[in-house]
Design a protein around this ligand. Structure first.
Ligand SMILES: Nc1ncnc2c1ncn2[C@@H]1O[C@H](COP(=O)(O)OP(=O)(O)OP(=O)(O)O)[C@@H](O)[C@H]1O
Ligand SMILES: [Mg+2]
Length: 232
């Protein structure tokens, strides 16, 4: 569904991603792991056209998308939940969910009702301003907002950041539930969360992929965990 082919991305003169290639198959959950500042967010920004790669190619459903404007890329069916969530603090929960909604008339579309079924707490908080929600509720709102655009691919940047362990588990369960008819690409610092949801893992260091494997392989690979992630 998504393919990155030897992309090189820069911030002005600073070369951040180096000949980076990866694939996200349809209907899978793919997670990137890596320490701070290694390039995870930059990979997402490259895909979304926010910081387009200077060379290499990005394909979505077989079509080359690098070089397109960010809104055109998002309209192809890619939703983004940014690090820090990107919700509107001064809008209510319901307003946040409906303001960017798209494709509500398609069969099996994500609607307000379906998002409330997925996250019942959002229904209870429907008329609260988003800044009154807890971190976990804000993350649910951010995911709900993304679903309301009825994307084919959901890209999430560190969904567990700043969230209580119990809620991380709950969000992980929702991601697993979604993957039946959905493709998810996420960046995580939370090792256990990534391993519990992903079908496949890429480890990023200094703007390149240094390791790729299944979660089961990584679980038993003490050397890789130590070397690239500092976990054991
Ligand atoms: N706007 C920018 N201008 C210049 N350099 C940047 C910019 N944004 C990020 N960088 C640099 O690019 C590198 C990769 O950053 P990036 O945010 O992609 O890492 P990350 O893996 O997402 O880190 P984190 O886990 O902290 O979110 C870092 O060295 C960072 O300092
Ligand atoms: Mg980041």
């Amino acid at each position: 569904m998504l393919k990155l082919d030897k992309i090189n991305t820069y911030y002005f003169t600073r070369h951040v991603l180096w000949d980076l290639s990866m694939e996200v198959p349809k209907g899978s959950v793919v997670a990137m792991l890596g320490r701070n500042g290694m390039g995870k967010t930059t990979i997402m920004r490259s895909i979304l056209g926010l910081t387009p790669p200077r060379d290499g190619a990005i394909y979505f459903e077989g079509e080359q998308i690098n070089g397109l404007e960010p809104h055109k890329i998002s309209h192809k069916g890619i939703a983004y939940v940014p690090q820090g969530r990107g919700i509107f603090a001064s809008l209510t929960v319901k307003e946040n969910l409906t303001v960017g909604a798209r494709g509500q008339n398609a069969p099996n579309a994500w609607t307000l009702e379906r998002v409330y079924e997925l996250f019942p707490i959002l229904k209870e908080r429907e008329n609260f301003h988003a800044n009154l929600l807890s971190g976990g509720e804000q993350q649910m709102l951010a995911i709900g907002r993304a679903l309301m655009t009825n994307p084919k691919l959901l890209i999430m940047d560190e969904p567990s950041e700043g969230i209580a362990p119990l809620v991380i588990k709950q969000i992980g369960e929702v991601i697993c539930q979604l993957k039946d008819n959905f493709t998810v690409f996420l960046a995580e610092q939370n090792f256990n969360m990534a391993l519990s949801v992903a079908d496949y893992i890429y480890i990023i260091s200094n703007g390149t992929i240094v390791h790729q494997c299944t979660p089961d392989e990584l679980r038993c690979d003490e050397e890789t965990k130590q070397k690239w992630l500092g976990v054991s």
